[in-house]
Write a protein of this length. Structure first.
Ligand SMILES: Cc1cc2nc3c(=O)[nH]c(=O)nc-3n(C[C@H](O)[C@H](O)[C@H](O)COP(=O)(O)OP(=O)(O)OC[C@H]3O[C@@H](n4cnc5c(N)ncnc54)[C@H](O)[C@@H]3O)c2cc1C
Ligand SMILES: Cc1cc2nc3c(=O)[nH]c(=O)nc-3n(C[C@H](O)[C@H](O)[C@H](O)COP(=O)(O)OP(=O)(O)OC[C@H]3O[C@@H](n4cnc5c(N)ncnc54)[C@H](O)[C@@H]3O)c2cc1C
Ligand code: SF4
Ligand code: SF4
Ligand code: FES
Lengths: 492, 284
């Protein structure tokens, strides 16, 4: 089997890790085209050659959805790219998305054997390569659905958790409907993550493929208001429900000046641009305020996307203000690196205390304090402490807050008996079941803010649990039917 | 797609639309609204659900043409379709029998007031309604309001109809008159009007509910653009409201926030005018 790769392990280890081809920073900040072009066929082949094809492929355990990484890399070596992407698709129905936004450096690549002494195999880049190759060469073949089942399942929310759950259930033959509150599909993939990291063409294509499995997607439907979960069971005839409504409600810092026009949550800022195309105003009707100096508060992926978007909207100074140091930043290293290349200023160990406005009530600046790192807190990260008397003002016209999000409360408030924990996070067991029988949940709604791949993992896990749940009910009803007809026979 | 079943022009700038949206119609209660997007490049804007018809599967919207989106909508007719309608959104108005209530509607706010007035009457209240408009043209739904009120007062700024003055004039009379026994006031209209009503009722210690027309994007609690300050605390108008205790609302802040996009709105308006002028194929 390993004859495909004639190199000895020691030789493989000598090959340097292949890098993506990237658009120069000065070009890419002019617009929203994708930053990275990924790896080409030649580099992909070299990269695949680096894989040690470990007997104990630990990388697979590192992947939350359990992609058979070793096998798909072997298929690349055979130049069977369509086979490789189909291998990935067995475990994850959205390969082109994962290859782009999955924090692989913390997952599969973190445990890759090659990574112990050398750089790990660039698994994410290979994933993206085969997915893109398939797309460019029109090689996609939809999976064959062998069995059709009568039961209907409702999926609430069309983010990665919901879409994955829908795809898995549809492949098992269930009748699946996804309900989405917005007018467009994808959740954070649509309104949060910008085009320059995840082109809409790819998102559209992946969602079309999910529709291609027979999944119906109903947009403009806010579950809890347009119809409730109870109604789904009682009136709509659904056998089970999966909740994947995410953690979309933005937090604010609670500092003075936050209500001034010109202060945005990152969600609003990104939604105006990504979903509503405010960057194309007046050809699109939704406006967005901009300024020459923009400050974004936070250190996660959301903050990074907001600040890089502000740069692309023409900010001369786009500043990221974060209260801890670089090591503590939750954003992906790759994104921090890209941001710096694009001229984003990182203002670290800095905490905003006040947003200042003028007599026209427009933002003129943000007062901040310098911070020092003190003792580690519960999260194990060193806690930032304010330096007395260190206040200073950054001149800015726009302030964007990316300081965390929590689950939207509508579903919880309209679904009696659905147990929630801290900050409205829905409680789930190891099979994604909630306190309500037949109701399953996953993704950010159950985690309070995590990653695309963990949302997909939950969606997949829930699909398996929903299948078990429905089948056990079918069996119960079958048994009851036998008992009751038996009784009737006796009675007559 | 949500087809427009019928359209009626209530005033030169105000139109009434009956729209096919059966799911929304089935669930809506007084006080709920929808978010609509008229066309692909369009903005998402909130509009109150004025009425619904279960048998026909329709909802009624009453729209005042003030900017690009509302003008575009008001240029549409029966047979046209609206791209997106989502709802019912927001919390329904708490309806109870207070004994005696005053319902105050200003301008197109009367349309938003009407379903609430109807529900309050249905709950057994004695209802005093006050309809205000800048001029005779802008006094709308008089018949409908009369059908669910015990007494109706009409004011116009220019005196072209009803009593000359503003809605707070008859309201003050009512509050001062112990016979009317008003226990609660519901007010919907322009922000300065709701502010004036709230200031007045505060003097009398009468509970007052107002509906805040903050700028919205999603209407589901996801963006925080609709944030308002209520009793010193931040609330999202779309999910925590849209109705709040008028005595606790920071009106000045909201008036300011609603001016966030004035320049853009002007530009969009000019663009619409240009498009209309340069094209003969604009929606009739
Ligand atoms: C700006 C930003 C950048 C990010 N970057 C990355 C990254 O690079 N890599 C990574 O791994 N993670 C990233 N994340 C995190 C990741 O996007 C989330 O963890 C993931 O999207 C969660 O998926 P989900 O399916 O649980 O929910 P979401 O993606 O939040 O989707 C939930 C969907 O449900 C809909 N909804 C909500 N309530 C209702 C209702 N009542 N009825 C109907 N529909 C409803 C919402 O409109 C939304 O479409 C980022 C997050 C943000 C905000
Ligand atoms: C809960 C609620 C219910 C409403 N019900 C009605 C109704 O029944 N009938 C009616 O005619 N109007 C209603 N409105 C107001 C209506 O939404 C605005 O008139 C409309 O958005 C204006 O858009 P435009 O593009 O035509 O005008 P623009 O020129 O864009 O705006 C004019 C003014 O409208 C406000 N506005 C602009 N964009 C938005 C937005 N996205 N969301 C909210 N306000 C905005 C701003 O104050 C702005 O200055 C309601 C508003 C809210 C919040
Ligand atoms: S989905 Fe993520 S964790 Fe899994 S193999 Fe791909 S990049 Fe690695
Ligand atoms: S652990 Fe690394 S080297 Fe080993 S099979 Fe997986 S990707 Fe290849
Ligand atoms: S409109 Fe976005 S949170 Fe209310």
């Amino acid at each position: 089997m390993t004859v495909l790769n004639p190199l000895k392990p020691s030789e493989r280890m000598k090959i340097p890790r292949q890098h993506s081809i990237e658009q120069p920073a000065s070009d890419r900040v002019q617009g929203f085209t994708e930053v990275s072009f990924g790896v080409d066929e030649e580099r992909a082949m070299i990269e695949a050659t680096r894989c040690l094809e470990c007997k104990n492929a630990v990388c697979v355990e590192g992947c939350p959805v359990g992609i058979d990484i070793r096998s798909f890399i072997q298929l690349i070596l055979q130049k069977d790219y369509a086979g490789a992407v189909n291998k990935i698709r067995e475990a994850n129905y959205l390969p082109a998305i994962c290859g782009r936004v999955c924090p692989q450096e913390e997952q599969c690549e973190a445990v890759c054997t090659l990574g112990k002494k050398h750089m790990p195999v660039a698994i994410g880049k290979l994933e993206r390569f085969v997915a893109d190759y398939e797309m460019e060469h029109n090689l996609f073949t939809p999976p064959v659905i062998t069995e059709r089942r009568d039961q209907k399942v409702a999926i609430v929310g069309s983010g990665p958790a919901g879409l994955t759950c829908a795809a898995e259930l549809a492949k098992m033959g269930y009748r699946v409907t996804v309900f989405e509150a917005l007018h467009a599909v994808g959740g954070v993939l649509r309104y949060g993550i910008p085009e320059f990291r995840l082109p809409r063409k790819i998102l559209d294509l992946e969602t079309d493929r999910i529709r291609g499995l027979g999944v119906e997607i109903q947009t403009n439907f806010l579950v809890g208001r347009t119809a409730t979960i109870d109604e789904f069971f009682e009136e709509w005839g659904f056998s089970a429900v999966f909740l994947g409504t995410g953690a979309g409600t933005p937090n604010f810092m609670g500092i003075p000046g936050e209500s001034l026009p010109g202060v945005y949550s990152a969600n609003e800022f990104l939604t105006r641009v990504n979903l509503m195309k405010a960057n194309k105003f007046p050809n699109f009707d939704t406006p967005i305020r901009m300024g020459s100096n923009v400050a974004v508060i936070g250190g996660g992926n959301t903050a990074m996307d907001a600040v890089r978007t502000a740069k692309r909207l023409g900010a001369e100074r786009a500043i990221l203000v974060y209260r801890r140091s670089r090591q503590e930043m939750p954003a992906r290293q790759e994104e921090i690196h890209h941001a710096e290349e694009e001229g984003i200023e990182l203002m670290l160990l800095t905490n905003p205390t006040r947003i200042l406005g003028n007599e026209n009530h427009t933002v003129t600046g943000m007062e901040c304090q310098r911070m020092e790192l003190g003792e580690p807190d519960e999260s194990g990260r060193r806690k930032p402490v304010a330096v007395k008397g260190s206040e200073f003002v950054i001149p800015v016209q726009i302030v964007i807050e990316a300081v965390g999000q929590q689950p939207n409360p509508i579903i919880q408030a309209t679904t009696p008996g659905l147990k929630t924990g801290k900050r409205g996070v829905v409680e789930t067991n190891e099979k994604q079941g909630t306190s309500r029988p037949g109701v399953f949940a996953g993704g950010d709604l159950a985690r309070g803010g995590a990653t695309v791949i963990l949302a997909m993992r939950d969606g997949k896990q829930a699909a398996v649990a929903i299948h078990e749940y429905i089948q056990s009910k079918v069996q119960d009803e079958g048994n009851k039917a036998i008992v009751s007809t038996g009784a009737e026979v006796v009675g007559t | 797609m949500f087809p427009i079943i019928s359209k009626e022009i209530l005033a030169p700038t105000i139109s009434k639309f009956v729209i096919h949206a059966p799911l929304v119609g089935k669930k809506r209660k007084a006080g709920n609204f929808v978010i609509i997007r008229v066309i692909e490049n369009g903005e998402r804007i909130p509009l109150t659900i004025v009425d619904s018809n279960l048998a026909e599967g329709t909802i009624t919207l009453i729209v005042q043409a003030i900017g690009k989106t509302t003008k575009l909508l008001c240029s549409m007719n029966a047979g046209d379709s609206i791209l997106d309608v989502v709802g019912p959104l927001g919390n329904p108005t708490p309806i109870e029998n207070h004994g005696s209530v005053a319902c105050v509607g200003g301008g197109v706010g009367t349309a938003e007031m009407y379903p609430i007035t109807k529900a309050l009457k249905g709950a057994g209240n004695r209802v005093f309604s006050i309809i205000g408009g800048r001029s005779r043209d802008l006094v709308i739904l008089e018949e409908e309001m009369r059908s669910c009120s015990d007494e109706v007062f009409i004011t116009t700024d220019d005196g072209s109809y009803g009593q000359k003055g503003i809605v707070t004039d008859p309201l003050r009379q009512l509050l001062m008159n112990s016979q009317s026994g008003i226990k609660a006031v519901y007010a919907i209209g322009p922000l300065p009007m709701m502010k004036a009503v709230s200031n007045l009722t505060r003097e009398f210690g009468v509970h007052t509910l107002v509906s805040l027309n903050a700028i919205m994007v999603d209407g589901t609690g996801m963006c925080g653009g609709c944030r308002v300050t209520i009793d010193g605390k931040m609330k999202f108008a779309c999910v925590d409201g849209p109705e709040f205790d008028g005595h606790q609302v920071d009106f000045d802040e909201l008036i300011l926030r609603n001016k966030s996009y004035l320049d853009f709105e002007r530009m969009a308006n000019e663009q619409l005018l240009k498009e209309t002028a340069s094209s003969h194929e604009v929606a009739p």
